[in-house]
Design a protein around this ligand. Structure first.
Ligand code: FAD
Length: 431
């Protein structure tokens, strides 16, 4: 490959495809390299796709994209071993155009999205691993691939290679992530009749529901489980910090089996057949773990720069926004004929000033706080369940009597003070 490009984008996930799409649309000569057989073949997501950020790239994409269901209900289950307190919001406005968000299967969606980038003029080459960046005089000038004569050159290289980003690491942009900076998630796609899904989850045709699982779903380790409805499949999974799995000596697939057999979940997935098993890391170190994201001739986007908002299970939207802003910056740099860090820094400023940077800063201490204080999950959630059981069991005791029992269950005055302090600290790290 002797041709020189305006930009090479490494990795065809939501970040890389968004960037390649907008670059090509803006008239740039762009190469998109993907190590998988096709875009999406190596990608894992629960999969909630957020409409707004996708529409910023392809308006009204929902009229043709391979989506599963528009989500009309979001549930949050606070689970104990044999019970759950559930909060939910269901709104019919989310079931109508322009919708709020959708469930997707990444293997299908990423292929469709990459085709859109190709239609704009991007050149996509699959089954190509980028081994390293080519650096000359401190500036990234291209990439070395695993293909024969596989060096390719460009004015700028965009690293969209996902969570580990060995390429950014090898440039010294970040260190190898610690086990408390990444979560390991395992998930299954379960085949289930469409009508059964709709009856079981109280949905009409073309309506979907998401359930996030807290507490016992992760055996008290920092993380969450999830159960999402697709057209005729369910996506079920659980992700926890790698450090938690190591500390508790729990194997990720055992945790997934535990969630699947939980009394609050097993009836929802009953009769389904496993279709696919997937596992992937999620960057959850947050703002403090973000390394350098801009250098001479290089920009880092998406998971490769730790852009995940774990509290709100958002990742794909941050990836797409970072890809779009990187493309915008590169097109400006192309106009100016200057690809130095100084010019490309426009991307970092735009990213951090917008909702991505604001949200990353808002939750910057949350992962560490909840990881260091597991009692939110293994003590307070069971307490909430006992309180609900006490209050809603009709057994001839007065409600005053019940309130007294609940109050007593909270422990000694010292323990109650600790709990009040914990609630205040939790509020402080998410406010
Ligand atoms: P990726 O999607 O990881 O794409 C990186 C691409 O780069 C891959 O295609 C990979 O094959 C390729 N690549 C890597 N190295 C190389 C190389 N050296 N050469 C060539 N190609 C390379 N986010 C949400 O918004 N909603 C959710 O519901 C949600 N649920 C999730 C559930 C799970 C189980 C997991 C694991 C993640 C979830 N996320 C969710 C997060 C979301 O998946 C990521 O934030 C998003 O995929 C990041 O996109 P990306 O393009 O940066 O990286």
């Amino acid at each position: 490959m002797s041709e020189k490009f305006d930009a090479i984008v490494v990795g065809a996930g939501p970040a890389g495809i968004s960037c390649a799409h907008d670059l090509a649309k803006g008239g740039a000569h762009v190469l998109l390299l993907e190590r998988g057989e096709y875009p999406g073949s190596k990608n894992v997501m629960g999969g909630v796709l957020y409409r707004k950020m996708m529409e910023d790239i392809i308006p009204e994409f929902y009229k043709e994209a391979p989506l599963e269901r528009p989500i009309v209900e979001q549930k949050f289950m606070m689970m104990d071993k044999e019970s759950a307190v559930t909060f939910s919001y269901k709104g019919m406005e989310w079931g109508k155009e322009p919708y709020n968000n959708f469930t997707v299967l990444r293997a299908k969606f990423d292929q469709w999205f990459a085709d859109k980038a190709v239609q704009q003029g991007a050149i996509l080459i699959n089954e190509t691993v980028v081994l390293e960046c080519i650096v000359e005089n401190g500036k990234v000038v291209g990439v070395r691939t695993d293909r024969p004569n596989g060096d390719v050159y460009a004015d700028v290289v965009v690293l969209a290679d996902g969570v580990n980003s060995l390429l950014a690491q090898s440039l010294g942009f970040h260190k190898e992530y610690r086990p408390d900076e990444v979560a390991l998630a395992t998930m299954e796609i379960l085949k289930l009749d469409k009508k059964v899904i709709e009856d079981r989850f109280n949905l009409e045709d073309n309506q979907g529901c998401t359930i996030e699982l807290f507490g016992d779903a992760t055996k008290g380790i920092l993380g969450t489980g999830f159960l999402y409805t697709n057209k005729d499949t369910l996506s079920i999974g659980v992700g926890t910090l790698l450090s938690g799995l190591i500390k508790h000596k729990i194997k990720p697939y055992e945790l997934l089996e535990y969630v699947k057999s939980h009394p609050m979940i097993r009836t929802l997935i009953q009769g389904s057949e496993p279709q696919e098993y997937l596992a992937h890391l999620i960057p959850e170190g947050g703002y403090h773990s973000m390394g350098r994201i801009v250098g001479d001739g290089v920009i880092v986007i998406g998971d490769a720069s730790q852009l995940v908002n774990a509290i709100h299970r958002e990742g794909s939207n941050l990836a797409m926004t970072s890809g779009r802003l990187a493309a915008e910056t590169i097109l400006l740099a192309k106009e100016a004929g200057d690809f130095t860090e100084k010019t490309l820094d426009h991307y970092r400023v735009r990213l951090l000033d917008g909702f991505v940077g604001q949200d990353m800063k808002k939750y910057k201490d949350s992962t560490h706080h909840f990881d260091q204080n597991p009692h939110y999950f293994d003590q307070y959630i069971p307490m909430l369940n006992r309180a609900a059981s006490q209050m809603f069991t009709v057994d001839g005791q007065s409600k005053w009597e019940k309130q007294k029992k609940i109050w007593k269950d909270l422990g000694s005055p010292k323990e109650k003070m600790k709990m009040a302090r914990d609630m205040y600290r939790a509020w402080k790290v998410v406010k």
